[in-house]
Design a protein around this ligand. Structure first.
Ligand SMILES: CCCCCCCCCC/C=C\CC(=O)SCCNC(=O)CCNC(=O)[C@H](O)C(C)(C)COP(=O)(O)OP(=O)(O)OC[C@H]1O[C@@H](n2cnc3c(N)ncnc32)[C@H](O)[C@@H]1OP(=O)(O)O
Length: 390
């Protein structure tokens, strides 16, 4: 069973009461006697029904216990240094040493039982009830005429995987048609987003780099295009540091509210990359040529207050009251006449659309070439081999 397979599909299937029943029955069977093969199979099914992502550490533990139960001690060669995901999985399995299969099975069943119990109790939270199904990397909710799209990879600082770019596009597409007045993009955890997931550059077979760079540029063009064309008011709720693409697209938002803990960082030169998200056009327009150059060319990191002074951020709030103040404000705005608000947005934005699409296309063609450069490849390798951080 692949790690992804072990944890996929959590949002599908049984509702809270049936989950609670299954968790209870797993718990009863494990306490009465050692876990049976039937308990193990039931636990494997139970894993697929979990709604809350337990995080990578737990997923690795589940993977390792699964392998130990079904195959015994780790018996395969260690994957190569750049095969980071398989190496982490191998390490987790190998760490179980000679743990007997029966003990591994019991531990797997126990772990799933614990996860199911906390998952069931978390389901009574109102937000879980409102959560839209079908997203693995986002939590999308709608309430008070506001659709909130929350990036949900807190352990990875909400770094954007290919799947996440696609899910954000899907969520925006759905939100453009739902009955919400305002759409919010925000992050779960201590970061807003650390930008493009540098793992997107990994596991590319030899000789496929050019093709993948082309596909990456198409994906990025479509992603940024969704923001350019988005018809309703778009609000960024910046709960913490923001890096790379998560910063550059802010010029396409209508409001940007930031916690005073947030920072804004576009270190493209350090990464051998060039500006995207239409920032080569929107940033000089918003903050002037000189300030834009400091950010986009020289990678100057701005505090929330500096970003506000330069016009990139609408308003900064103290972190301790950030969520309360921002959501109170947004709930009030969401009661404004919906159609008028949307028409006003069109008036403000429509004149620029053609220009923005042209800028988007140009930026992506430059980036496509940058991704193939030694400067970019070395910077990515440096981060992934833990030699560099921003
Ligand atoms: C040829 C194919 C091309 C395909 C292209 C697809 C589309 C591309 C679009 C390109 C667009 C945009 C460019 C950008 O966005 S550039 C910005 C890229 N971001 C970074 O360089 C940030 C790198 N991260 C860091 O420097 C640090 O992690 C941090 C954010 C400063 C946080 O440091 P920390 O010490 O507080 O936490 P740390 O332990 O490092 O992080 C926790 C775990 O999260 C992982 N992680 C964080 N950010 C990223 C990231 N951007 N990519 C991948 N992984 C990330 C980190 O590795 C830790 O993981 P683990 O716990 O060790 O497993």
């Amino acid at each position: 069973m692949a790690l992804a397979g072990a944890v996929r599909c959590w949002r599908l299937g049984a509702g809270p009461s049936s989950l609670q029943m299954q968790a209870l029955s797993l718990h009863m069977s494990k306490t009465a006697m050692g876990a049976s093969q039937k308990d193990f199979e039931s636990a494997m099914n139970q894993v697929k029904l979990l709604k809350k992502d337990p995080g990578n550490e737990v997923k690795l533990k589940l993977y390792a216990l699964y392998k130990q139960t079904t195959e015994g001690p780790c018996n395969t060669p260690r994957p190569g240094v750049f095969d980071l995901i398989n190496k982490a999985k191998w390490d987790a399995w190998n760490a179980l040493g000679n743990l007997p299969k029966e003990t591994a099975r019991q531990n797997y069943v126990d772990l799933v039982s614990d996860l199911s119990s906390s998952d069931s109790s978390s389901q009574v939270k109102p937000e879980a009830d409102r959560k839209q199904p079908g997203y693995e990397t986002l939590v999308v909710t709608s309430e008070d005429s506001i659709t909130k799209i929350m990036m949900n990879r807190p352990a990875k600082k909400n770094a954007l995987t290919i799947q996440m770019y696609r899910e954000i596009m899907l969520a925006l597409e759905a939100a453009s048609k739902d009955d919400s007045t305002i759409i919010v993009l925000t992050g779960n955890g201590d970061y807003y987003s650390s930008g493009n997931d540098l793992m997107n550059f990994m596991n590319i077979p030899p000789g496929e780099m050019e093709k993948e760079a082309k596909n990456g540029a198409i994906l990025l063009r479509d992603f940024v295009g969704c923001f350019i064309d988005f018809p309703k008011p778009l609000v960024a709720v910046i709960n913490g540091p923001a890096i790379g693409i998560s910063v550059t697209i802010l010029g396409l938002f209508d409001l940007v509210y930031a916690s005073d803990r947030a920072t804004f960082h576009t270190p493209f030169t350090h990464l051998g990359q060039s500006p995207e998200g239409c920032s080569s056009y929107t940033f000089p327009k918003i903050m002037g040529q000189a300030k834009a150059a400091e950010m986009l060319m020289f990678g100057k990191k701005l505090t929330a207050r500096e970003a506000c002074a330069q016009g990139l951020v609408t308003e900064v709030f103290p972190d301790s009251t950030f969520q309360k103040e921002v959501w109170t404000r947004l709930k009030a705005y969401s009661k404004l006449p919906r159609n008028t608000l949307h028409i006003s947005k069109q008036s403000i934005r429509n004149l620029e659309k053609e220009k923005l699409h042209a800028v988007n296309a140009e930026e992506n063609s430059v980036l496509q070439e940058r991704w193939l450069s030694d400067e970019c490849i070395n910077a990515v390798m440096s981060f992934l081999s833990r030699k560099a951080k921003l």
